[in-house]
Structures are given as structure tokens and as C-alpha cells.
Ligand binder design. Structure first.
Ligand SMILES: [Zn+2]
Ligand SMILES: [Zn+2]
Length: 252
């Protein structure tokens, strides 16, 4: 977990998950923790277009433009890809790197790939299956499978039956990384912005028919870290949930 928080404050960073040396989910914090080895990343799967999940993308291609051989592949739902093309790589905010060739190989510097929910994408020994979540823009989570072990990453979501249906149907998914962004007394804000509070997560967990799923928490807004930890402990279903920090290692 390279970036575990729902905002940037002090030393806290935004969402990025390193799945293998070459595959990452979201680009909220890749360059700072990985340094030069961020050059090895060839595939970035996005959950949605919000800035805290894409902010490192423009710099990922800029930092290694002259030393990369392979195209940097970016994957996301069609709406996410279109938003990146229109609003980031539009020759105004940043160059359209899909039309610029790498100096060393002639490959396009960036390749945009539209993905579909519930289709398994296998890359460099990792299987990623996107599934639809419930946020203010088109958003997906991923079931990540490596060496036959599975974990679910929801990314940003409000209440979402899809998550629990998938978990109930697949006992091989051992763990879930789910978001909690705001304290429970900000429920209106959470509902309007497509996020969860400890109370909302507790309500959602009534839909989970399994007791054996390890629960990890990410996307806490940095201002609320201590408060949210206290609130999570107060609920039976989230008492053993593990709030993640930047750099946390999650063993499948
Ligand atoms: Zn976010
Ligand atoms: Zn978001």
C-alpha cells in the first residue's frame, strides 16, 4: 500500500497499491515511495478519475520519458479514460502522450486501455477483475488474484451491494480493503460524496454472510485518523479491522 489515505496532509499520501513490480492500482502516490523503481511499472489500473487516484500519472511518464522502452499502459473504465484524455492529457494541462513516441523504442509513450467490469485481466502473473462500485463518478474496485490467493480492493465507494455479493459468492477472497473516509456524524457528507463512515460500513457489513474475511481500512481523511480508529473499534464487526498506513504490507 503506497498511499493509504483519502487526502494529503503532513506525511500522508493518497491511494496507490503496488501489486507487483510492474503492476499498480491507482496513481495517487507512486514516485515518492518507489523512486527509480517506479520506472519498472508498465501497467496502471485506475479505479476512477478523481485527482487523489491519478495525480502521479503525468509525472510517471515525464520522469522516465527518455529512459523507457515500453509504453506505459493505463487501464480504466471508458468514462475514466475519456476523462483523462479530455482533462489531463489534452495538450493543455499536459501533453497527449498517447501521440508521442518514446525516444528509445518508438512505442507510444502512453497507451490507454478501456476495461469492462467482471472481465479478468491477467498481466505478469497477476489477475485483476474490476467490479462496479458506487461513487460520484464511474468507479470500479478490483479483485486481485496472485498465486491463487485473492484480495478485494474497493477503492472509493458508498453503500454497494455488489461488494458483498461478490464476497459471499467467492470464499477464496480472504481479505477486503475497503474505504472509510469520514466520521459517522458526517453521514450526509459521506452519502453525497460517495464514501463510507464507520456507521455506514457497519450497516453494510450486515450483508456479509462470512465471518472469515479480514477487513482492512483505507482512504481515511488524514484529519480524522484517530477519531475514525476509535469509531471503528466501537463496532463489533469492525473491532478487528486494520486501518492501513502508507507503506503497509498486505500478505495474501
Ligand atoms: Zn479518493
Ligand atoms: Zn473518489
Amino acid at each position: 500500500m503506497l498511499g493509504a489515505y483519502g487526502g494529503r496532509l503532513n506525511d500522508k499520501s493518497t491511494t496507490s497499491l503496488l501489486v507487483s513490480d510492474s503492476v499498480a492500482i491507482d496513481a495517487g502516490n507512486l514516485l515518492s515511495p518507489l523512486g527509480d523503481s517506479a520506472r519498472d511499472i508498465n501497467h496502471i489500473f485506475l479505479t476512477h478519475s478523481h485527482i487523489d487516484h491519478i495525480v502521479d500519472l503525468p509525472f510517471m511518464i515525464d520522469a522516465f520519458f527518455t529512459s523507457r522502452d515500453r509504453s506505459l499502459n493505463i487501464y480504466g473504465p471508458p468514462q475514466t479514460i475519456q476523462t483523462l484524455k479530455s482533462n489531463i492529457f489534452n495538450d493543455l494541462i499536459w501533453p497527449d502522450f498517447t501521440k508521442i513516441a518514446l525516444l528509445r523504442s518508438g512505442e507510444a509513450a502512453i497507451t490507454m486501455n478501456e476495461i469492462q467490469p467482471n472481465v479478468c485481466y491477467e498481466i505478469d502473473g497477476v489477475k485483476l477483475t474490476p467490479f462496479e462500485t458506487n461513487h460520484t463518478v464511474k468507479s470500479v474496485g478490483y479483485v486481485i488474484e496472485k498465486e491463487s490467493k485473492k484480495i478485494m480492493f474497493t477503492s472509493d465507494t458508498g453503500k454497494c451491494a455488489n461488494i458483498w455479493n461478490i464476497l459471499n459468492d467467492d470464499p477464496d477472497i480472504a481479505s477486503i480493503i475497503i474505504e472509510v473516509s469520514f466520521p459517522s456524524n458526517y453521514e450526509k457528507l459521506a452519502l453525497e460524496s460517495g464514501h463510507l463512515t464507520p456507521k455506514l460500513l457497519n450497516e453494510e457489513l450486515a450483508n456479509l454472510k462470512r465471518e472469515d474475511v479480514a477487513i482492512y481500512i483505507n482512504h481515511i481523511k488524514p484529519d480524522f485518523i484517530d477519531r475514525l480508529k476509535r469509531e471503528l473499534i466501537a463496532y463489533e464487526r469492525t473491532r478487528k479491522a486494520i486501518p492501513l498506513s502508507d507503506g503497509a504490507l498486505i500478505l495474501l
